[in-house]
Design a binder for this molecule. Structure first.
Ligand code: SF4
Ligand code: SF4
Length: 224
């Protein structure tokens, strides 16, 4: 899921300084889980913007505003209210905010109330962990399912740096060194020999943005 945090109120008010009638859009998936764009956060945002002289014309929470069909359907249901609005404040990630901008046919500016931080997994206790940097060339299969690209601050691909100290990372001594974790995991499963393979430098072409993503009838293609 995509992790977001809410922007400081002063920044949101600065963005909206030229507008007084605001429509709010939340997100029923990631931003609800992050408590940045669910029902409760929309109500709080409404209250605080009203205290600052804005009129909240209405709101909606598409399940996933990053998906055009969902955001279009919600905006269409609120067409009358949107016609009487001057701007849309999106409580979702940057994908959601851009999707609202591209899919509102009312030519309203869409402003993001959130900062988009990273992709993360959520454990059963509701804690978030950044585990993948979306490098486009996954090596989990040879690193015992532990991602050095993300867990090692230097993104090292061939074992620990000289700063590793007693299994801890030199950049953050509270954290385990990613390569020590990989070593222990490979040792457990009897695959330490994998560490002898030297991995070539990453092909950073894969991270050139924006990616070209083509959807064919049966699969996604990412041309080089
Ligand atoms: S190597 Fe790490 S960053 Fe790259 S795709 Fe795999 S999990 Fe994600
Ligand atoms: S100590 Fe380990 S995790 Fe930290 S930067 Fe060095 S190799 Fe990466």
């Amino acid at each position: 899921m995509i992790i977001t945090e809410q922007k400081p109120l002063e920044e949101i008010l600065e963005m909206l300084k030229d507008y007084s009638k605001i429509f709010l859009v939340g997100c029923g998936e990631c931003a609800t889980t992050c408590k940045t764009g669910g029902q409760e956060e929309l109500l709080k945002m409404k209250a605080v913007l009203e205290q600052n002289g804005k009129t909240i014309t209405g709101s909606c929470i598409p399940d996933a505003p990053c998906i055009a069909s969902q955001v279009k359907a919600e905006l269409a249901r609120n067409a009358k209210t949107l016609r009487g609005s001057e701007a849309i404040l999106v409580l979702a990630c940057g994908l959601g905010a851009q999707s609202v901008k591209e899919n509102n046919r009312f030519s309203l500016g869409a402003f993001s109330a959130c900062n988009t931080i990273c992709g993360a997994l959520v454990d059963s206790a509701g804690n978030f962990f950044e585990k993948c940097s979306m490098c486009g060339n996954c090596i989990l299969g040879i690193t015992a399912g532990i991602c050095p690209e993300t867990l090692c601050p230097k993104g090292l691909l061939n074992g620990p740096c000289g700063g590793m100290n007693k299994g801890k990372c030199e950049v953050d001594p509270d954290k385990d060194c990613a390569w020590v974790l990989i070593y222990k995991e490979l040792e457990k499963t009897g695959h330490l020999d994998r560490l002898r393979e030297v991995r070539p430098a990453k092909d950073h072409k894969k991270t050139t943005k924006p990616h070209k993503i083509i959807m064919t009838s049966d699969k996604i293609q990412i041309p080089n």
